[in-house]
Design a protein around this ligand. Structure first.
Ligand SMILES: NC(=O)c1ccc[n+]([C@@H]2O[C@H](COP(=O)([O-])OP(=O)(O)OC[C@H]3O[C@@H](n4cnc5c(N)ncnc54)[C@H](OP(=O)(O)O)[C@@H]3O)[C@@H](O)[C@H]2O)c1
Length: 259
């Protein structure tokens, strides 16, 4: 089966392409780096020839409100129009759990616009909504850093490993179109402030996390349950602590002098 992964050079895309190839599929990584641009349309017609499935795991280079909306609207519109012409049988897109609860952010307004275009299209589809990736936790802290302090609300969060995201998306890709949405998440639930303390401690990062009910998640207010999935979510296996110990073993210790 020919499967075109738009954004196939990114964090999730590269893992997904590898997994699909291991299952014997002809998985093609398509992105500006491989000459395929879903915003300008460059290379799309050729890339989609003979494709059974197109997976959209792109992300916008800019998260500025107008730019990110333009990216997801244009890219998704181009993909769906080209897929209809090429008779692609399944469009799979990666979105975010709780998108409709996070619309104070321009990024999530853009993700909702992407989902709505997919739902309105004639191409059979599956939308996979994932929770925050483990790999993304550090950047949540960086965004909310003020001097040596990180102000965060004690909102619930159920993050997952990028590797588990790619496996879950891969299973959807290999199945029939859901013509609906499925949620995926990690196996454990944390409070955001507590998760950040675990991440910082493992990285020996001296910043202090201040629990602040008025604190923000990526610049926006979130309610206690805004980031967590419903009961039917499909859960990954990798635990945050195991992932963190593996990642931090690979970080050079600045206190160790070379011999
Ligand atoms: N971060 C999270 O915690 C989280 C949680 C849930 C869902 N998600 C969603 O997961 C998706 C993938 O995230 P990621 O972290 O894997 O992204 P990423 O590593 O930033 O990769 C983005 C990919 O998009 C490609 N791309 C950029 N502009 C493009 C264009 N004009 N045409 C075609 N491809 C283009 C990039 O290609 P080049 O390499 O050629 O630039 C790259 O392959 C995003 O849509 C995000 O919303 C993220």
């Amino acid at each position: 089966m020919k499967i075109v992964v738009i954004g196939g050079t990114g964090l999730i895309g590269s893992k997904l392409v590898k997994k699909l190839r291991e299952h014997g599929h002809d998985a093609v990584a398509a992105s500006p780096n491989t000459g395929v641009n879903s915003v300008t349309g460059e290379g799309l017609v050729d890339a989609l020839k003979g494709a059974s499935v197109v997976v959209d795991v792109t992300n916008s280079p800019s998260w500025e409100d107008a730019a990110v909306l333009k990216f997801f609207e244009t890219s998704t519109g181009n993909l769906l129009a080209n897929e209809a012409v090429a008779s692609v049988g399944h469009h799979v897109a990666l979105s975010v759990v709780g998108t409709e609860r996070l619309l104070e952010s321009g990024f999530f307004r853009a993700k909702l616009a992407q989902e709505n275009l997919i739902k309105a299209s004639s191409v059979p589809c599956s939308i996979v909504r994932a929770t925050q990736f483990f790999e993304f936790v550090k950047s949540i802290g960086d965004f909310s850093t003020d001097g040596n302090k990180i102000l965060l609300p004690p909102a619930l969060i159920q993050p997952m490993a990028a590797d588990d995201v790619a496996s879950a998306v891969g299973r959807v890709v290999m199945g029939s179109p859901l013509n609906g949405t499925v949620e995926i998440a990690g196996p454990e639930r944390f409070r955001l402030d507590e998760l950040m303390r675990l991440d910082l401690a493992a990285r020996k990062d001296p910043r202090e996390v201040i629990t602040d009910p008025q604190g923000r998640y990526y610049g926006i207010k979130v309610t206690e349950n805004a980031l967590i999935p419903g009961d039917a979510a499909r859960l990954g296996e990798r635990r945050f602590g195991d992932w963190l110990s593996q990642v931090t073993r690979q970080i050079p210790n600045p206190h160790l002098q070379p011999a």
